[in-house]
Design a binder for this molecule. Structure first.
Ligand code: MN
Ligand code: MN
Length: 461
């Protein structure tokens, strides 16, 4: 009866058992490229810069304004330095629709407040306002680095970068010592570290031979002024992010895993990028979206709700005399975002028949959301059938993903905003352990299968 079982039962397969020697080597080679990207792409702005650099290496050219295009052309448009749209023009008209993969490149972090600098008891600090869903207790007592821009009144911008270079100092948020934490330890985790205590230590030395107030703050401001030419008021027009200063590393004795900050969602963003870099002469136009602001609701001019996407797609459609709405109606989109990998140490939050697992390949989710699927896109059965077919025909190992038990919690992606545009959309991405933590874990084989998956979607008919 085992043949009957093989024929009739749904069985998921471990990627490692399926890959031959060449496949294993390809998986590892791909992941080395991804690790290099992730190390450089610690913020949305840095991700755009590195993606554009690689795109130009692969023959993509800027498409900042409409111009004539022909099949096979490779173009990109960076939106305000924080969102990136790329396309390879297809042989068929935009009226036939585009094949779109959409990921996000913003990750949870600590943003500096707009009036951040102060001195308290002879230590200088930055006040922060966390961005996205963080577990605040995870962000104390870890090395942090700063990235961002300061926009000056004269229209110039200054790039800030402190801590990424091993020769730089790192920054730090303190926590109580256990000896004095008896009261804090009785607090629920969510309350033990209030947001207003996520203050970044900047220095402890005063300006010498000065009798005025805030001598340590003055010393820090002088260091910043010497390095960047900025004054305290300039922070009002700055976007500076404190992110974990951990290096991207192989993890596990068998080196099968990757530890890094911001796998959510740069692991899918890079899979999309590598896929479109290698896309030549597709049947339908292939489109890669790297969106900003997903972690706070896809808002703003660089988020997936923004008309920046319509503007880019509309320019390509106009060049072919095609109505954008007709292109959207025939398009297909994979919302490429991470999901929770089943964690054997915390099995109680997952329902294993439907939860994704490390090493079982790219994880397809019909719906995300919370409670009764609220906030999800809920792909149709037909779309699920289509994605199964595309992956199966292209040697992509995939699994199913539901983010935890029904009543346990939930999460969303950009999928619903693509659905709003009348674009058939389904979620698929890489399973992650400790999602949104300063240091997250993914399995190399899942990264590789997600890259193969994105490439197959771009090439699909
Ligand atoms: Mn995400
Ligand atoms: Mn997220």
């Amino acid at each position: 009866m085992s043949e009957l079982r093989d024929e009739l039962f749904y069985k998921q397969k471990h990627v490692h058992d399926l890959l031959d020697e060449a496949g294993l080597a390809a998986s590892d080679a791909y992941c080395q490229k991804y690790m290099d990207f992730l190390q450089k792409a610690k913020t949305e702005r840095l991700a755009v810069a590195e993606a554009v650099r690689l795109a130009e290496e692969h023959g993509f050219t800027a498409y900042d304004a409409p111009r004539p295009l022909k099949a096979g052309d490779k173009i990109y448009r960076a939106v305000r330095g924080k969102m990136l749209l790329l396309a390879v023009v297809g042989r068929s008209s935009m009226a036939a629709g585009a094949n779109i993969c959409a990921a996000h490149i913003d990750s949870p972090r600590l943003d500096l407040k707009q009036v951040p600098l102060y001195e308290q008891n002879e230590l200088a600090y930055f006040k922060t306002h966390y961005y996205g869903g963080i577990r605040k207790y995870q962000w104390v007592t870890i090395p942090l680095e700063l990235h961002g821009v300061v926009a000056l009144k004269d229209g110039k911008t200054v790039a800030v970068n402190i801590g990424a270079d091993p020769a730089d100092p790192i920054l730090y948020v303190s926590d109580l010592l256990p000896h004095l934490a008896a009261k804090q330890s009785e607090q629920p985790l969510a309350k033990a570290i209030p947001g207003e205590k996520l203050n970044i230590i900047l220095g402890s030395l005063p300006v010498k031979d000065d009798k005025g107030a805030d001598r340590v703050k003055l010393n820090v401001m002088k260091i910043l002024h010497d390095k960047y030419g900025i004054t305290e008021e300039d922070f009002l027009s700055a976007e500076i992010e404190a992110v974990p200063a951990f290096p991207v590393r192989e993890a596990g004795l068998d080196r099968s895993l990757i530890a890094g900050y911001g796998h959510d969602d740069r692991v899918c963003a890079f899979a999309e990028l590598q896929g479109i870099y290698e896309t030549e002469d597709p049947e339908k136009t292939a489109v890669c979206i790297l969106a900003d602001k997903e972690e706070i609701g896809s808002v703003g001019v660089t988020g997936m709700i923004s008309q920046a996407f319509e503007c880019f797609m509309g320019d390509i459609c106009d060049g072919q005399g095609v109505k954008l709405a007709h292109c959207f109606a025939n398009s297909f989109c994979v919302s490429a975002d991470v999901t929770n990998a089943f964690d054997p140490t915390w099995p109680e939050v997952s329902e294993l028949r439907n939860n994704s697992k490390l090493n079982y390949g790219v994880a397809i989710a019909k719906f995300t959301g919370r409670g009764g699927k609220s906030g999800s896109n809920d792909a149709s059965a037909e779309v699920m059938g289509k994605i199964r077919r595309i992956f199966s025909e292209n040697g992509v190992t995939w699994q199913y993903a539901e983010l935890g038990k029904v009543d346990e919690g939930g999460g969303g992606t950009v999928a619903c905003y693509m659905g709003n545009r009348n674009i058939e959309t389904v979620d698929a991405g890489v399973p992650v352990l400790s999602m949104h933590a300063p240091y997250e874990i993914v399995a190399k084989h899942d990264c590789y299968m997600t890259y193969k998956a994105m490439k197959a979607v771009y090439a699909s008919k």
